[in-house]
Design a protein around this ligand. Structure first.
Ligand code: SF4
Length: 277
Protein backbone atom coordinates (compact mmCIF):
# COMPACT_ATOMS: atom_id res chain seq x y z
CA UNK A 1 0.00 0.00 0.00
CA UNK A 2 1.36 3.42 -0.95
CA UNK A 3 0.83 6.09 1.69
CA UNK A 4 0.71 9.80 0.88
CA UNK A 5 0.83 12.22 3.82
CA UNK A 6 -0.55 15.76 3.45
CA UNK A 7 2.05 18.48 3.99
CA UNK A 8 -0.56 20.53 5.84
CA UNK A 9 -1.45 17.78 8.37
CA UNK A 10 -1.24 18.69 12.06
CA UNK A 11 -1.04 21.69 14.39
CA UNK A 12 -1.85 25.08 12.87
CA UNK A 13 -0.14 28.27 14.04
CA UNK A 14 -2.97 29.14 16.46
CA UNK A 15 -3.02 25.74 18.16
CA UNK A 16 0.78 25.52 18.39
CA UNK A 17 0.80 28.99 19.94
CA UNK A 18 -2.01 28.19 22.44
CA UNK A 19 -0.32 24.96 23.55
CA UNK A 20 2.99 26.81 23.99
CA UNK A 21 1.33 29.58 26.02
CA UNK A 22 -0.45 27.04 28.27
CA UNK A 23 2.74 25.06 28.90
CA UNK A 24 4.67 28.21 29.68
CA UNK A 25 1.95 29.38 32.11
CA UNK A 26 1.94 25.98 33.88
CA UNK A 27 5.73 26.15 34.25
CA UNK A 28 5.57 29.73 35.56
CA UNK A 29 2.82 28.98 38.07
CA UNK A 30 4.65 25.82 39.23
CA UNK A 31 1.28 24.18 39.67
CA UNK A 32 -2.01 23.74 37.89
CA UNK A 33 -3.39 26.26 35.42
CA UNK A 34 -6.89 26.06 33.99
CA UNK A 35 -8.41 26.57 30.56
CA UNK A 36 -11.99 27.75 30.06
CA UNK A 37 -13.14 24.63 28.23
CA UNK A 38 -10.79 22.27 26.39
CA UNK A 39 -7.76 24.18 25.08
CA UNK A 40 -8.03 22.38 21.75
CA UNK A 41 -10.36 19.71 20.35
CA UNK A 42 -8.12 16.68 20.65
CA UNK A 43 -8.45 14.20 23.55
CA UNK A 44 -4.89 12.82 23.20
CA UNK A 45 -3.28 16.28 23.26
CA UNK A 46 -5.50 17.29 26.21
CA UNK A 47 -4.43 14.24 28.20
CA UNK A 48 -0.78 15.08 27.63
CA UNK A 49 -1.38 18.69 28.74
CA UNK A 50 -3.27 17.52 31.83
CA UNK A 51 -0.15 15.62 32.90
CA UNK A 52 1.77 18.91 32.57
CA UNK A 53 -0.72 20.72 34.82
CA UNK A 54 -3.04 22.26 32.20
CA UNK A 55 -6.59 21.39 33.33
CA UNK A 56 -9.75 22.11 31.30
CA UNK A 57 -12.70 23.59 33.19
CA UNK A 58 -16.25 22.50 32.27
CA UNK A 59 -18.81 25.18 31.30
CA UNK A 60 -20.57 25.00 34.65
CA UNK A 61 -17.45 24.61 36.78
CA UNK A 62 -16.45 27.42 39.15
CA UNK A 63 -13.28 29.29 38.22
CA UNK A 64 -10.62 28.46 40.84
CA UNK A 65 -8.32 31.14 42.29
CA UNK A 66 -5.55 30.35 39.81
CA UNK A 67 -4.34 31.34 36.33
CA UNK A 68 -6.90 30.73 33.57
CA UNK A 69 -5.99 30.49 29.91
CA UNK A 70 -8.31 31.73 27.16
CA UNK A 71 -8.20 29.11 24.43
CA UNK A 72 -7.41 29.63 20.73
CA UNK A 73 -11.13 29.86 19.82
CA UNK A 74 -11.54 33.00 21.93
CA UNK A 75 -14.41 33.95 24.26
CA UNK A 76 -17.15 36.61 24.44
CA UNK A 77 -16.19 39.85 26.27
CA UNK A 78 -18.56 39.12 29.18
CA UNK A 79 -16.87 35.75 29.79
CA UNK A 80 -13.49 37.52 29.76
CA UNK A 81 -14.80 40.02 32.34
CA UNK A 82 -16.02 37.18 34.56
CA UNK A 83 -12.67 35.37 34.31
CA UNK A 84 -10.85 38.59 35.15
CA UNK A 85 -12.93 38.94 38.32
CA UNK A 86 -12.53 35.32 39.42
CA UNK A 87 -9.09 34.10 38.29
CA UNK A 88 -5.76 35.28 39.72
CA UNK A 89 -4.48 35.85 36.18
CA UNK A 90 -6.00 35.60 32.69
CA UNK A 91 -3.59 34.45 30.01
CA UNK A 92 -4.87 35.12 26.49
CA UNK A 93 -4.16 32.37 23.95
CA UNK A 94 -6.85 33.53 21.49
CA UNK A 95 -5.52 32.88 17.98
CA UNK A 96 -4.56 36.24 16.41
CA UNK A 97 -6.69 35.33 13.35
CA UNK A 98 -9.76 34.94 15.55
CA UNK A 99 -8.93 38.13 17.47
CA UNK A 100 -8.88 40.03 14.15
CA UNK A 101 -12.42 38.85 13.34
CA UNK A 102 -13.60 39.79 16.85
CA UNK A 103 -12.27 43.33 16.31
CA UNK A 104 -13.89 43.61 12.85
CA UNK A 105 -17.26 42.50 14.23
CA UNK A 106 -17.01 45.01 17.10
CA UNK A 107 -16.11 47.83 14.69
CA UNK A 108 -18.78 47.13 12.07
CA UNK A 109 -21.47 46.48 14.62
CA UNK A 110 -20.65 49.78 16.38
CA UNK A 111 -21.29 51.39 12.97
CA UNK A 112 -24.78 49.92 12.75
CA UNK A 113 -24.10 46.77 10.73
CA UNK A 114 -26.04 43.58 11.36
CA UNK A 115 -23.57 40.70 11.60
CA UNK A 116 -24.03 37.37 9.83
CA UNK A 117 -21.57 34.58 10.68
CA UNK A 118 -21.19 31.60 8.35
CA UNK A 119 -20.42 28.76 10.73
CA UNK A 120 -21.69 26.36 13.41
CA UNK A 121 -23.78 28.18 16.03
CA UNK A 122 -22.56 25.92 18.85
CA UNK A 123 -18.86 26.11 18.04
CA UNK A 124 -16.89 27.98 20.76
CA UNK A 125 -15.26 30.28 18.20
CA UNK A 126 -18.69 31.35 16.89
CA UNK A 127 -20.05 31.73 20.45
CA UNK A 128 -17.07 34.01 21.15
CA UNK A 129 -17.60 36.04 17.94
CA UNK A 130 -21.30 36.52 18.71
CA UNK A 131 -20.33 38.30 21.91
CA UNK A 132 -18.63 41.08 19.92
CA UNK A 133 -21.76 41.97 17.92
CA UNK A 134 -23.44 44.74 19.87
CA UNK A 135 -26.91 44.40 18.38
CA UNK A 136 -26.76 40.60 18.21
CA UNK A 137 -25.83 38.52 15.21
CA UNK A 138 -27.13 35.71 13.07
CA UNK A 139 -25.43 32.40 12.32
CA UNK A 140 -26.04 30.54 9.06
CA UNK A 141 -24.64 27.09 8.43
CA UNK A 142 -25.48 26.90 4.72
CA UNK A 143 -26.77 28.95 1.78
CA UNK A 144 -30.39 27.86 2.27
CA UNK A 145 -30.41 29.41 5.76
CA UNK A 146 -29.86 32.90 4.26
CA UNK A 147 -33.53 32.94 3.11
CA UNK A 148 -34.59 32.55 6.76
CA UNK A 149 -32.75 35.67 7.94
CA UNK A 150 -35.04 38.57 8.95
CA UNK A 151 -34.94 41.82 6.96
CA UNK A 152 -31.59 43.50 7.77
CA UNK A 153 -30.12 46.91 7.02
CA UNK A 154 -26.35 47.17 6.53
CA UNK A 155 -24.87 43.68 6.66
CA UNK A 156 -21.41 42.34 7.53
CA UNK A 157 -20.77 38.70 6.59
CA UNK A 158 -17.80 36.84 8.12
CA UNK A 159 -16.85 33.17 8.25
CA UNK A 160 -15.81 30.90 11.10
CA UNK A 161 -12.08 30.44 10.49
CA UNK A 162 -12.46 26.72 9.73
CA UNK A 163 -15.51 27.03 7.47
CA UNK A 164 -15.63 24.96 4.27
CA UNK A 165 -14.60 27.35 1.50
CA UNK A 166 -17.22 26.14 -0.99
CA UNK A 167 -20.02 26.43 1.56
CA UNK A 168 -18.86 29.96 2.44
CA UNK A 169 -18.78 30.95 -1.21
CA UNK A 170 -22.38 29.72 -1.67
CA UNK A 171 -23.46 31.64 1.46
CA UNK A 172 -21.63 34.76 0.27
CA UNK A 173 -23.42 34.70 -3.11
CA UNK A 174 -26.82 34.26 -1.45
CA UNK A 175 -26.16 37.05 1.09
CA UNK A 176 -25.11 39.46 -1.67
CA UNK A 177 -28.26 38.59 -3.66
CA UNK A 178 -30.50 39.17 -0.66
CA UNK A 179 -28.61 42.14 0.82
CA UNK A 180 -26.92 43.99 -2.07
CA UNK A 181 -24.07 46.11 -0.73
CA UNK A 182 -23.32 43.72 2.15
CA UNK A 183 -19.68 43.67 3.29
CA UNK A 184 -18.50 40.07 2.85
CA UNK A 185 -15.15 39.33 4.49
CA UNK A 186 -13.63 35.93 3.77
CA UNK A 187 -12.19 35.24 7.21
CA UNK A 188 -11.37 31.56 6.67
CA UNK A 189 -7.78 31.32 7.86
CA UNK A 190 -4.81 30.44 5.63
CA UNK A 191 -4.12 27.23 7.54
CA UNK A 192 -7.68 26.02 6.83
CA UNK A 193 -7.37 27.14 3.20
CA UNK A 194 -4.13 25.17 2.70
CA UNK A 195 -5.50 22.07 4.45
CA UNK A 196 -8.76 22.05 2.48
CA UNK A 197 -7.08 22.77 -0.87
CA UNK A 198 -4.63 19.93 -0.32
CA UNK A 199 -7.29 17.43 0.78
CA UNK A 200 -9.42 18.27 -2.30
CA UNK A 201 -6.45 17.56 -4.53
CA UNK A 202 -5.38 14.40 -2.68
CA UNK A 203 -8.93 12.98 -2.61
CA UNK A 204 -8.84 12.70 -6.41
CA UNK A 205 -5.53 10.83 -6.38
CA UNK A 206 -6.05 8.13 -3.73
CA UNK A 207 -8.41 5.20 -3.08
CA UNK A 208 -9.29 6.48 0.39
CA UNK A 209 -8.28 9.14 2.91
CA UNK A 210 -7.48 8.63 6.56
CA UNK A 211 -8.36 11.81 8.47
CA UNK A 212 -6.83 12.00 11.95
CA UNK A 213 -8.21 14.19 14.70
CA UNK A 214 -10.67 14.64 17.53
CA UNK A 215 -14.21 13.53 16.80
CA UNK A 216 -15.31 16.87 18.29
CA UNK A 217 -12.89 18.84 16.09
CA UNK A 218 -14.97 20.80 13.55
CA UNK A 219 -12.11 21.33 11.14
CA UNK A 220 -11.17 17.62 11.20
CA UNK A 221 -14.79 16.55 10.56
CA UNK A 222 -14.88 19.03 7.67
CA UNK A 223 -11.85 17.42 6.02
CA UNK A 224 -13.60 14.03 6.10
CA UNK A 225 -16.82 15.59 4.76
CA UNK A 226 -14.93 17.21 1.86
CA UNK A 227 -13.49 13.80 0.84
CA UNK A 228 -16.86 12.06 1.04
CA UNK A 229 -18.50 14.88 -0.89
CA UNK A 230 -15.93 14.28 -3.66
CA UNK A 231 -16.77 10.56 -3.63
CA UNK A 232 -13.59 9.42 -1.84
CA UNK A 233 -14.09 7.18 1.22
CA UNK A 234 -12.78 8.87 4.37
CA UNK A 235 -11.88 7.12 7.62
CA UNK A 236 -11.93 9.57 10.54
CA UNK A 237 -9.79 8.18 13.38
CA UNK A 238 -8.46 9.69 16.61
CA UNK A 239 -5.64 7.17 17.09
CA UNK A 240 -3.72 4.43 15.24
CA UNK A 241 -5.68 1.79 17.16
CA UNK A 242 -8.87 2.85 15.40
CA UNK A 243 -7.57 2.21 11.86
CA UNK A 244 -9.74 -0.30 9.95
CA UNK A 245 -6.64 -2.17 8.73
CA UNK A 246 -8.49 -5.08 7.12
CA UNK A 247 -10.33 -2.67 4.79
CA UNK A 248 -7.33 -0.44 4.17
CA UNK A 249 -5.09 -3.39 3.22
CA UNK A 250 -7.30 -3.96 0.15
CA UNK A 251 -6.35 -0.52 -1.23
CA UNK A 252 -3.30 0.43 -3.24
CA UNK A 253 -3.02 4.18 -2.45
CA UNK A 254 -4.12 5.79 0.80
CA UNK A 255 -3.88 9.48 1.72
CA UNK A 256 -3.40 10.76 5.27
CA UNK A 257 -4.32 14.17 6.59
CA UNK A 258 -5.06 15.59 10.03
CA UNK A 259 -6.92 18.42 11.68
CA UNK A 260 -5.40 21.60 13.09
CA UNK A 261 -5.31 20.22 16.65
CA UNK A 262 -3.84 16.77 15.95
CA UNK A 263 -0.40 16.29 17.56
CA UNK A 264 2.54 15.22 15.36
CA UNK A 265 3.19 12.03 17.38
CA UNK A 266 -0.38 10.79 16.80
CA UNK A 267 0.05 11.38 13.04
CA UNK A 268 3.39 9.51 13.10
CA UNK A 269 1.82 6.54 14.92
CA UNK A 270 -0.99 6.32 12.33
CA UNK A 271 1.44 6.50 9.40
CA UNK A 272 3.70 3.88 10.99
CA UNK A 273 0.78 1.53 11.58
CA UNK A 274 -0.33 1.93 7.95
CA UNK A 275 3.22 1.27 6.71
CA UNK A 276 3.35 -1.95 8.76
CA UNK A 277 -0.08 -3.09 7.55
S1 SF4 B 1 -7.42 27.11 12.45
FE1 SF4 B 1 -6.66 29.14 11.87
S2 SF4 B 1 -7.82 30.56 13.10
FE2 SF4 B 1 -8.11 28.56 14.04
S3 SF4 B 1 -6.53 28.44 15.59
FE3 SF4 B 1 -5.65 27.57 13.73
S4 SF4 B 1 -4.58 29.28 12.71
FE4 SF4 B 1 -5.98 30.14 14.24
Amino acid sequence: MEIVVARSAGFCMGVRRAVGIAREAAAEEQGEVFTNGPLIHNPQALEKLRREGVIPLGDEEAVPPAAVIVRAHGIPPETRDRLQRQATRVVDATCPKVATIQKKIAKYSANGYAVVIAGDADHPEVVGLLGYARGGAHVVSDAAAVAELPPLGKVLLVAQTTQDEEIFEAIRRRVLERFPGAQALSTICQSTHRRQTEVRQMAGEVDAMVVIGGRNSANTCRLAEICRHLGTPAYHVETAEELPLAELRQLSRVGVTAGASTPADVIEQVVERLRDA
